[in-house]
Design a protein around this ligand. Sequence first.
Ligand code: NAD
Ligand code: 89V
Length: 343
Amino acid sequence: MAELKGALIGCGFFAVNQMHGWRDAEGARIVAICDRDPARLKAVGDEFGITRRYTSAEDLFADGGFDFVDIATTVGSHRALVEMATRRGIATICQKPIAPSMEDAKAMVAACAKAGVPFMVHENFRWQSPIRAAKAAIDSGAIGEVFWGRVSFRSAYDVFSGQPYLATGKRFIIEDLGIHALDIARFLLGDASAVTARTQRVNPDIAGEDVATMLLDHHGGVTSVVDCSYATKLPVEPFPETLLEIDGSKGTLRLSQGYRLSVHSRDATRVEGVEPRLLPWASPPWHNIQESVALIQGHWIECLRAGREPETSGRDNLKTFALVEASYRGAAEGRTVPLAEFL
Ligand code: NAD
Ligand code: 89V
């Protein structure tokens, strides 16, 4: 089958991981790149040997010659770029968070549907191999019927040096990191119907919240706690591990720091190391996230070829983004927010 050709827009901090992933991907390659910052465009173009370079996305789309676009810019430009792609009928991947508002997110999903364009949000945390291992254990029935869960990400890692914009936005941890944990909660425990949230800002040098605690009501009566913090100083820094506690009718599952998965059921407790692969280009501690980039890209290629909707399609991701919006509204108003207010 012919190799899929892609274009990447936004050659910043995280896009380098995406470029590495695409370079190793089977069945797709990046043929053109775009960044409005010429220095970043040159750095990525030179590192990955891409000669078709654009400082304007309009010019990139006008020249065409690719089957899909991978949008790796920050959130403010997502809607305009996705809509540009739909006007050209180009299949689209867009980084999380999908948009700055639910209105924009819905408009993007609608535009892709109208144009018949496949649309995936790059929501990669559920593609981390330790999270996939936990999902497989739950699906095996080893812990029985799940009734409670916790998805936890607590760290004091300095994310601001690599991504300075994270310190300046009114919204921080739920929109940037909690979004991943909320998506994992949906992935493992099913869709949610309501959320109750509390936020705190511990670091005085940033504009947004750096601690958030969310209580989710999932369909089917499952309850979960999703908690995240960038103000938690631990003896061994766990960044960027997401930890899990899942309780079921027959046992329990724990994904603990150091990528240890323990599945306890009536007869036995199975403990295994589920450390992610260290890809040749990866650099710990980011290797967990970096591997998930390669995995979600593989999923995209498979789905595009098979004409299948990706797991984290725009349509699906509205349910994760609704949790983000509902958490902010709930924290501001001190009440439980039904997701129906957004969906
Ligand atoms: P960044 O600021 O380092 O890079 C963004 C790049 O996009 C910049 O080089 C900027 O010049 C370029 N850009 C912005 N608007 C543009 C436009 N209209 N046309 C062309 N170029 C444009 O940001 P980053 O840290 O790389 O984050 C990018 C996105 O990736 C964000 O949405 C962020 O939330 C997401 N992200 C995801 C993960 C993950 O694991 N999924 C991790 C980190 C960041
Ligand atoms: O995954 C992300 O979106 C990143 C980080 C892990 C630093 O929060 O921004």
